[in-house]
Design a protein around this ligand. Structure first.
Ligand code: FAD
Length: 310
């Protein structure tokens, strides 16, 4: 398997690695080793890798920046298809429309947009992920979501065949998209539509959002951002705070003292500690408020039953 996968990667000039520690590739800094890792650099290379996985019955997982992932301490028995800087070009198709390869970081797209006096990315600019990962979950912040700017995308299905989705077909809503319903499909490009605006106003908004993040979020500790989705009718951080759980800790996993919506890794937290902490938070919030909290990060390599609060 290893030799054939390496040959395939060599023929598409894609970097191939084995036994890759996932704690070095997730913003939580948690996770054991993945068996195989491919650095995707083209649609053709991705298609070939997908077809190989299909033929060999080899599990695969697509990873962008790893900023919304909780990876198992036991790692992953399969291939990580990493869509990052090697697949991150951004081009204009007209004065206000950008076509972004799915590995482009939201921060870089926002910078390119601001340089061209285009507004629409300001609130998303501080989300530390790729545009593919952002489309997957319809990422959003400060009343702005991918839903507001994405007009179409291209993707490969599990057989490596390419398709296009319109804005409507993307089916974007709170932390939901076509892709959350079709987990094996992989976004290859996202087309976004922005509007011309005053450059000083764009820059001021970006600075304001960045300052709000710095003052409210525990950015000095590893995390995967918000740990729980927003329950209908309330906010996870408010409920957790009201239950007196701010600062509650299991091992090195802690409910942030700065923002109760974030579980942080204080130093060497394990996935098992994070899951145990989340389970306790889930149970206490349910018992005291009646709200059911659901995990927001995607679980990687975790067997069914290991996580009882997702
Ligand atoms: C400090 C911090 C702050 C954050 N703030 C926010 C916020 O304000 N709002 C918000 O919404 N999120 C926030 N997040 C979470 C995260 O940054 C976003 O969800 C981001 O969009 C994830 O992108 P990613 O490239 O890191 O995806 P990953 O974490 O690598 O992957 C997440 C999921 O997307 C899938 N995926 C990734 N790329 C693709 C692709 N090309 N095709 C198909 N599926 C794909 C993966 O398989 C996985 O299921 C924050 C995270 C951190 C650490």
């Amino acid at each position: 398997m290893k030799t054939r996968l390496k040959q395939l990667c060599d023929s598409y000039q894609m970097k191939f690695m084995t036994d890759v520690p996932l704690d070095g590739h997730t913003t939580f800094h948690i996770g054991g080793n993945a068996d195989y890792w491919i650095e995707i650099n083209s649609v053709q290379g991705l298609g070939a890798a997908l077809r190989f996985c299909q033929e060999q019955n080899l599990p695969y997982f697509v990873m962008g920046r790893g900023s919304n992932i909780l990876a198992s301490d036991n790692g992953y028995r399969g291939v990580i298809l990493h869509i990052g800087t090697a697949f991150s070009a951004v081009a204009f198709s007209d004065q206000t429309t950008l076509v972004c390869q799915s590995g482009a970081l939201l921060s870089n797209i926002a910078k390119t947009a601001a340089e061209q006096e285009l507004s629409g990315m300001e609130a998303l600019s501080g989300i530390p992920g790729t545009v593919g990962g952002a489309l997957f979950m319809n990422a959003g912040a400060y009343q702005q979501e991918m839903k507001d700017i994405a007009v179409s995308c291209t993707y490969l299905d599990t057989d490596g065949a390419e398709h296009t989705l319109s804005r409507e077909e993307l089916d974007l809503s709170y932390r939901h998209s076509f892709f959350t319903e079709h987990p094996g499909c992989i976004v290859t490009s996202v087309t976004i539509k922005l509007q011309k605006d005053n450059p000083e106003a764009i820059s001021a908004r970006m600075q304001d959002y960045a300052e709000r993040r710095r003052s409210k979020q525990p950015l000095n500790f590893p995390s995967a951002g918000s740990t729980f989705k927003r329950p209908e009718g309330s906010f996870a951080s408010k409920l957790i705070d009201e239950c007196g759980l701010k600062g509650y800790q299991i091992g090195d996993a802690q409910v942030s003292e700065k923002h109760a919506g974030f579980v942080i890794n204080r130093s060497h937290a394990t996935c098992e500690q994070v899951l145990r902490l989340c389970r306790e938070v889930h149970d206490k919030v349910l018992a005291e408020t009646g709200y059911v909290l659901e995990l927001e990060p995607v679980l990687l390599g975790i067997q069914a039953g290991e996580s009882s609060c997702s």
